[in-house]
Design a protein around this ligand. Structure first.
Ligand SMILES: Cc1cc2nc3c(=O)[nH]c(=O)nc-3n(C[C@H](O)[C@H](O)[C@H](O)COP(=O)(O)OP(=O)(O)OC[C@H]3O[C@@H](n4cnc5c(N)ncnc54)[C@H](O)[C@@H]3O)c2cc1C
Length: 486
């Protein structure tokens, strides 16, 4: 039986992204997908950060497919009841894609690069035998198969996680949606806060417009789906002209993290690891970033690196993603015009105590990070500095490393593997920093102690990198008061 390095379950955004990256690192990768593609999939509004990921995967041409629409404006009713039109320049370069077709294209690309695909085939069970995983899959209409792999990446999406495995991070919602001809709506996306929830609508490439409502999960239990949907549309300004739409589709929207995203040589990724509120339209981007982080962790171990370091890195990244998104969402809900007089907004804009079914070091860390209320503030804009002028002024002065600096060990990604590097911490820096503009800072700062002038320091650094880059880094560190003139 062939042993794969990695077996991926699920060919959504996360599974495909992991497959493409692992293949480019030279691994033997197999993927099991239960559906025949293209299958309908929700999550068509892709955030601007998606471009960098597709570039990195060598897949950016897929975003030029006819089903991808670029740079749609957005009409928003949120902080006040006045509609606000946001141009693509202000909201960033998002993409509206057909997820079914995009996932199909990504999978096809991975197959053309050497992925061993089992589709349609369902993952059934797995057992770790001490050396590798033995995985049972059921191809449709054929005999069951057994595969072997060193790692399993579980990217089966939200439906694959049992309730006991979820740590809920926000109050649950219900989504209900239907389609209208695009001619009935404006040619842009619309978002509106209404007293009982919010509504999102977007034109699709095939002449339809999707209108999706989000309301508290319990509303769906009390009434008929049509009555709830129509009632929500009638509360709106942008969508109210649409009545009696059908067929209606619905799903539960829960925000959660898997209680054990890393278990032996098995990692949860994408929505099998955590699900965020659809409000930000960043679910696909986050699922792909999570997959890239899983690849770094797996690659570190397969290259003989430290297992604990890899696990800590992966779990910390998941915690950071969940916590920052949860805090951002809560803050955004709190700004909506209906305000706390309405139950939905009171619940979603206020604090939420995560429900814990399983207590382990991961859930403890996540719960306490979620409870630390940190307002999400955008980083201050960097002021423009005339580098040449400042450098001239500093050139003959003696540099000194600030006494306010401290040095901490930090895990860093170097050539797709994790390594411990010495990072610096300083009150003026946005966080712990080991690299600046892809150059390791610590060895550069050590040189400052033995260099008589700023000029000779920049000249010494320019032996390691282009002069302009060395000058820019020196001035950045001077501006942050990490390097001081004596
Ligand atoms: C109502 C709603 C609206 C959303 N809107 C947006 C949006 O506008 N923008 C955005 O970025 N995100 C949005 N999201 C989030 C987005 O849908 C997800 O983040 C994204 O689909 C996650 O990708 P994934 O690869 O983790 O999982 P999925 O895309 O769900 O892929 C999982 C795959 O695993 C396969 N699978 C499952 N079980 C098995 C098995 N046993 N064996 C083999 N294969 C299996 C499935 O067939 C599927 O192909 C929304 C979510 C919801 C609920």
């Amino acid at each position: 039986m062939e042993v794969y390095d990695i077996l991926i379950i699920g060919a959504g955004a996360a599974g495909n992204c992991a497959a493409l990256r692992l293949l480019s690192l030279g691994y033997r990768v197999a993927l099991v997908e239960s559906s025949v593609f293209p299958r309908p999939q929700i999550g068509e509004s892709l955030s601007p950060g998606i471009h960098g990921i597709f570039d990195y995967l060598g897949a950016s041409n897929l975003l030029s497919a006819p089903h991808c629409q670029h740079q749609l404006p957005a009409e928003i009713i949120w902080e006040s009841q006045q509609p606000l039109l946001l141009t693509p320049q202000t909201r960033g370069h998002g993409v509206m894609a057909d997820r079914g077709l995009l996932d199909k294209d990504l999978l096809q690309l991975a197959t053309s690069r050497g992925l061993q695909l089992f589709q349609p085939a369902r993952y059934e069970s797995s057992r770790h035998n001490g050396a590798h995983w033995e995985v049972n899959i059921q191809p449709y209409g054929k005999d069951a198969l057994s595969l072997r792999a060193r790692f399993i990446l579980d990217a089966r999406g939200r439906k694959a996680i049992r309730q006991q495995q979820r740590l809920l991070t926000a109050p649950s919602m219900a989504a209900i949606w239907a389609y209208v001809p695009a001619s009935r709506m404006p040619a842009h996306t619309c978002v509106e806060a209404i007293p009982d929830g919010w509504i999102w609508g977007a034109p699709l490439y095939d002449g339809r417009y999707r209108i999706i409502t989000f309301a508290a999960a319990n509303t769906i239990k009390r009434k008929h789906l049509h009555d709830i949907y129509n009632g929500l549309l009638q509360q709106s300004v942008l969508f109210r002209q649409n009545k009696e739409l059908h067929p209606l589709q619905s799903c539960a929207v829960t925000m959660y993290a898997h209680t054990q995203p890393w278990q032996d040589y098995r990692l949860q990724l994408g929505e099998a690891a955590f699900a965020i509120d659809p409000l930000s339209s960043t679910g696909v981007e986050k699922a792909m970033r999570c997959a890239l982080q899983a690849v770094i962790a797996v690659n570190t171990i397969l290259k003989g690196g430290d297992i604990q370091l890899a696990q800590e890195f992966y779990e910390d990244r998941i915690i950071k993603s969940v916590v920052s998104h949860t805090h951002w969402t809560r803050q955004y809900y709190a700004q909506a015009w209906p305000g706390t007089a309405h139950c939905f907004w009171q619940e979603h804009g206020g604090s939420y105590l995560p429900e814990k079914h399983i207590s382990n070091s991961f859930t403890e860390k996540l719960s306490s990070a979620l409870q630390e209320e940190k307002p999400v503030t955008p980083p201050p804009a960097e002021k423009a500095i005339d580098i040449n002028y400042v450098l001239q002024q500093l050139w003959n002065g003696k540099p000194m490393v600030s006494p306010a600096i401290s040095y901490v060990p930090s895990s860093c990604v170097v050539n797709d593997c994790l390594e411990i590097k010495t990072a610096i911490k300083h009150p003026n820096l946005p966080g712990t920093m080991a690299f600046l503009e892809t150059v390791e800072i610590y060895p550069l700062l050590k040189m400052a102690a033995h260099t008589p002038t700023f000029g000779s320091l920049v000249t010494a650094w320019s032996q390691l990198m282009p002069f302009q880059k060395a000058a820019k880094m020196a001035i950045y560190l001077w501006d942050k008061k990490v390097l001081l003139p004596q």
